[in-house]
Design a protein around this ligand. Structure first.
Ligand code: ZN
Length: 197
């Protein structure tokens, strides 16, 4: 654009009314708006999301079964993990993605805002209304699981407790191990069963 045309364009802009300006920003400012949205979702578009975990949820010892379900979704193309989180929290999800043959990206950006810890996304718009996940302790408590059992994630539990998990939510069973015969002989006790209410 030469100087004259540029000044003409500027003066033309100056003659436009506020409503017209707002409309033009509405059309041309979409990119900017999307950028603002993306900083809350680890650099991704919200419409492409299948599921979102908060940093707090990622930091919990259990793997959310909802993430496994999302990775099984045919539309799911990859997992994005917030790189500002400790590797001891995100390692289990990196392993999970690898196991399920889905690529993952650990992404850090000082511009990121909010508390998104992990996303499973699609390459195209999914437009899910609800992408957040209910906290597992809240959900399992509602389903009737004792706090002791909810918190015994990753520990070895007795057969009775394991059966309770299978009854309440079988998808939670990978988060637990069952005490073996040898464990019991060795004196190991179920941390959940002892304190069940
Ligand atoms: Zn038990």
């Amino acid at each position: 654009m030469d100087k004259d045309m540029q000044s003409e364009a500027i003066s033309a802009w100056g003659q436009k009314g506020d409503i017209e300006k707002a409309l033009m920003v509405g059309i041309h400012g979409v990119t900017e708006f999307k950028h603002d949205e993306k900083v809350y979702y680890l650099g991704e578009f919200k419409e492409n999301m299948i599921i979102q975990l908060s940093q707090k949820q990622v930091a919990q010892a259990a793997i959310y079964p909802e993430v496994i379900r999302a990775l099984k979704d045919k539309r799911a193309t990859k997992m994005i993990i917030d790189g500002s989180m400790s590797s001891r929290y995100i390692e289990k999800y990196k392993k999970l993605a690898t196991k399920m043959n889905k690529p993952y990206i650990v992404r850090s950006d000082p511009e990121f805002k909010g508390a998104t810890g992990l996303l499973v996304i699609s390459d195209e718009a999914v437009e899910r209304q609800v992408i957040t996940v209910e906290d597992r302790s809240v959900r399992l408590k509602r389903l009737g699981m004792s706090s002791a059992l909810i918190n015994a994630v990753g520990k070895k539990i007795c057969k009775k407790c394991f059966e309770q998990i299978l009854k309440i939510d079988p998808k939670e069973s990978p988060n637990y191990n069952e005490l073996t015969f040898l464990d019991r002989i060795g004196g190991e006790r179920c941390p959940a069963h002892q304190v069940t209410k």
